[in-house]
Design a protein around this ligand. Structure first.
Ligand code: SAM
Length: 243
């Protein structure tokens, strides 16, 4: 019986039976210097589109390497159409949010700049790498794109008519948590505010939006990173792919 690999690697190129995949310098370093794999080792590859493939190392250099795909071990599985919008906070906590959103099954991650957003400069490439690393570790075949930071105001100006918005509203702390299981399935987004919360202007606008459902996340005010995990969990349980 052919064994499946323990090591998983996200790659850019196409995957298919007999397909050769060339590694970047960083990927070769990870597989051959850090993990000490050599020619003949088995690695599971995914590219976000073609599922997961078992592949064998055929070249293992210091700065380059190559693998050849054998068979598909998992079909492509995309998450539900759920975006996570969050106001970036401190670097490590922002990275935590991206990592957890990728693990919990967000389809797109959008850092949003609100009136009270107070964060260090966003490094989109680094955040995307965190999403890739989370997907590698959690066995997923999909990597959510992490967008550049955008102003919340501009996003709301162009909000798609057919996308529901779960607005996590700290002013509702202590109220009953909404039962989402009867809500309409389909395209959704979750919105989490910054440490300072939403401004009055933002709250008024969000509450008035036709597509928005304003919800409480329980009796305590959660830090933004905790709130993101709680809201993703709540949504996935009621409307997502956990059922
Ligand atoms: N400074 C704000 C205050 O004291 O009201 C709290 C902001 S909280 C740290 C960050 C974000 O997490 C909020 O903007 C909201 O989106 C979400 N959040 C935290 N706790 C929540 C709760 N109990 N209900 C709804 N949303 C919550």
């Amino acid at each position: 019986m052919t064994k499946n690999a323990k090591t998983r690697l996200y790659v850019d190129g196409p995957l298919g039976a007999g397909q050769t995949v060339l590694l970047s310098k960083e990927q070769a370093n990870r597989l051959f210097a850090v993990m000490r794999l050599s020619v003949g080792a088995r690695v599971a590859l995914f590219n976000g589109a073609d599922g997961e493939w078992q592949a064998d190392v055929v070249e293992a250099g210091k700065r380059k390497g190559a693998l050849v795909c054998d068979f598909q071990s998992k079909p492509q599985q995309n998450p539900p159409d759920l975006w996570l919008l969050f106001a970036p906070i401190k670097k490590a906590r922002t990275e935590f949010i991206v990592e957890k959103a990728a693990e919990l099954g967000a389809a797109r991650i959008l850092p949003v700049l609100t009136e009270f957003t107070n964060s260090e400069r966003l490094n989109q490439t680094r955040l995307q790498a965190h999403a890739v690393s989370a997907a590698q570790q959690c066995g997923g075949t999909f990597v959510p794109p992490v967008e550049a930071g955008q102003k919340l105001e501009g996003i709301l100006d162009n909000w798609p008519k057919d996308r529901q918005l779960l607005f996590c509203d700290e002013a509702k702390v202590g109220q009953a948590v909404a039962d989402l299981s009867t809500a309409e399935r389909g395209k959704w987004a979750i919105l989490i505010g910054p440490e300072g919360g939403f401004s009055e202007t933002e709250t008024t606008r969000l509450r008035a939006m036709e597509q928005a459902t304003s919800i409480s996340l329980g009796p305590r005010i959660l830090r933004a990173d905790t709130a993101a995990v709680a809201a993703l969990t709540l949504w996935q349980m009621a409307l997502g792919d956990w059922g």
